[in-house]
Design a protein around this ligand. Structure first.
Ligand code: GTP
Ligand code: MG
Length: 136
């Protein structure tokens, strides 16, 4: 088994989609090991998004992530890192496949790409690093 870090981003919480997102995660058979409502400060987000520092969307991304509460989830399951990213869909909600969280719930009008509802770790190394940041 394997663990990953999932975040329901502030847009997902604000739109009342936390339950719908959790339902998909649970239906897939993944186990909720830990879950908490978080209001991340800048320092935590700088650690979490270190790989994106300097990119054009970095500052707007941090501002967005500080715009309201998020939900952090420690999730376990067989190949859950790859599996959750498959459930989430590709980064841009406009082109994310129907049937995915971003494809079904992500808005493509009046909002930026960063408002894509969820985050999921992208490798075992990222998962270990990110779980330490949010649950360590
Ligand atoms: P995460 O699971 O959130 O890490 O998404 P990802 O792995 O699909 O995307 P990536 O790690 O490349 O980027 C992290 C986050 O930055 C994305 O989820 C978006 O919220 C945001 N982001 C990425 N690329 C862009 C972009 O080109 N423009 C804007 N505005 N935001 C972006
Ligand atoms: Mg990523």
């Amino acid at each position: 088994t394997e663990e990953t870090l999932v975040l329901v981003k502030p847009d997902g919480v604000a739109r009342g989609l936390t339950g719908a997102i959790l339902a998909r995660i649970e239906a897939k058979g993944y186990a909720l090991v830990d879950i908490r409502l978080v209001e991340p400060d800048r320092a935590r987000l700088e650690r979490h998004y270190a790989e994106h520092e300097g990119k054009p969307f970095y500052e707007p991304l941090l501002e967005f992530m500080m715009s309201g509460p998020a939900v952090a989830i420690r999730l376990a399951g067989n190949r859950v890192i790859e599996g959750f990213r498959s459930l989430a869909g590709t980064t841009d909600p406009t082109t994310a496949a129907p049937g995915t969280i971003r494809g079904d719930f992500g808005r493509d009008w009046g909002v930026a790409v960063q408002q894509n509802l969820v985050h999921g770790s992208d490798s075992p190394e990222s998962a270990a690093r990110e779980l330490e940041i949010w649950f360590g």
